[in-house]
Design a protein. Structure first.
Length: 71
């Protein structure tokens, strides 16, 4: 998924901030957000979680789900 996430970050850098978290080095954060599957994408808007997207998917689907969550 790294190439897909990198492409989304690059193509939408004007409207999104994409960050990665190493789950092995950040178990407290993993627990705080209830991460139970990898990959998991957490979409924030104004500091609040608006969606959690789980599983691998094509880039177009990921982008669609992110922007749907932000509407």
């Amino acid at each position: 998924m790294k190439p897909t996430v990198d492409a989304v970050a690059s193509e939408h850098s004007d409207s999104l901030i994409i960050a990665r978290l190493d789950i092995d080095e950040n178990p407290k954060t993993v627990s705080e957000y209830g991460v139970r599957a990898i990959p998991m994408y957490i979409v924030f808007q104004d500091g609040e979680v608006v969606a959690q997207i789980v599983g691998g998917m094509p880039k177009a689907t990921l982008v669609e789900r992110i922007f749907d969550a932000l509407e």
